[in-house]
Design a binder for this molecule. Structure first.
Ligand code: SF4
Length: 381
């Protein structure tokens, strides 16, 4: 029988090269109106024994892959040829393939799934993280998602125990610091809890990555969303702020609100203006801001605060100062996967291709370029 262990459906984009270890299943809250990920799936806890058995299976896989690498004459190294052979061999499980890729990328980081691993009892989670670290001493980074409301219930001392065991980064879906927005999208957390949870992580010495969702307040709450989110993040001072722009996947409450006319969805351009207001008000923090999600229009929006703030605002202004047809061309090229940065628009080959495709797309969508751009963006949801 193929070696196999349990893995959940998602991880943050920055954990694409991490080993995925599932410590709980699905989301204990599962009510956020913008989130499709665990809808219809029931939350459950896994026992420490089950999780340790999975870690043992990973170890077996690692040993097998290393043996194969020796026997095949690769000198024990998991190189591209070996990984390609594993990926093409359908007798291997999905989890076995993911372990081969993890080793290929260096085997240095692990991510604990699913949506809120910190909901586990601290002592149990400490035991899991310690076991993972003992089994794979080469791990340099162990990370997890957590909800702010859960973090706000852990003491700094408990979080320190987790840090000492090896948990060195926590990703939080903050989304917004506006109580009006948080309540409108049923995030189940207040701005005060976001600050409390975040501060405890920072005080415990664990790296903190906070996700912000431009557009989540719609047109009505856009200003409050930008200003309050900046205020909350200024109070937390996280290590990372990561941007993940609003999308409205089918089956979510927010999409239904939009379809009923109860939510005014902002355009790409409105989201960029909102982002400008947000960044402008980030103050007194030492944080790396990244725009590392495919749904974001401006991927090059990346830098350290406070010193790169002028650069970040300049990138946004460069986009906003473009004539309207150029902004639309950039949006289209971005959504077609042709452009990554604003200067890609000036590269003759890419530009010609974008213009050519614009004619086709406009014809296909009956002349409505904005609708076409939105539909193309939704392919990434
Ligand atoms: S807490 Fe996270 S995973 Fe759970 S419903 Fe909200 S956004 Fe989705």
């Amino acid at each position: 029988m193929a070696l196999e262990f349990e893995q959940g459906p998602i991880r943050p984009p920055s954990e694409a090269r991490s080993l995925l270890i599932r410590v709980t299943r699905n989301c204990p809250w599962n009510r956020c109106e913008f989130c499709p990920v665990y809808k219809g799936a029931k939350f459950s806890r896994r026992t420490v024994e089950e999780i340790k058995a999975d870690i043992d299976t990973v170890k077996e896989m690692v040993d097998l892959l290393k043996r194969t690498a020796w026997q095949s004459g690769f000198g024990g190294t998991i190189d591209r040829r070996l990984v390609e052979a594993v990926l093409q061999d359908e007798s291997h499980s999905e989890s076995f393939r993911s372990v081969a890729l993890w080793l290929y990328y260096g085997g240095e980081s692990a991510f604990l799934q699913d949506a809120n691993s910190l909901v586990m009892k601290t002592l149990n989670l400490v035991e899991v993280v310690s076991y993972l670290k003992e089994t794979f001493p080469g791990l340099k980074r162990i990370t997890s998602y957590a909800r702010s409301s859960t973090l706000a219930r852990k003491s700094v001392e408990e979080l320190r125990q987790l840090k000492d065991a090896g948990l060195n980064r926590i990703h939080v879906g903050l989304e917004s610091g506006s109580d009006a927005v948080l309540s409108f999208v049923k995030k189940g957390v207040t701005a005060a809890q976001q600050i409390e949870g975040g501060r405890r992580v920072v005080d415990a010495g664990i790296e903190l990555s906070e996700y912000v969702m431009p557009g989540l307040g719609g047109r009505r709450l856009s200003r409050d969303h930008a200003l309050e989110t900046a205020r909350v993040l200024n109070a937390i001072d996280p290590d990372f702020i990561r941007i993940r722009s609003l999308a409205l996947p089918a089956g979510t409450g927010l999409r239904e609100k939009w379809e009923r006319g109860d939510f005014e969805r902002p355009t790409d351009e409105e989201m960029v203006r909102e982002l400008r207001l947000f960044i402008e008000h980030l103050d007194g923090i030492n944080t790396y801001l990244a725009s590392d999600h495919i749904l974001n229009l401006l991927e090059e929006l990346e830098g350290r605060l406070p010193e790169d703030k002028p650069y970040l605002l300049e990138v946004i202004d460069r986009y906003l100062d473009l004539p309207e047809d150029e902004r639309l061309l950039f949006q289209l090229g971005r959504r077609l996967g042709l452009f990554r940065t604003l200067s890609d628009r000036e590269e003759p080959g890419l530009r010609a291709r974008a213009i050519q495709l614009r004619e086709k797309v406009v014809a296909q969508f009956g002349g409505d370029l904005e609708q076409a751009i939105r539909t193309l963006a939704e392919r990434y949801i």
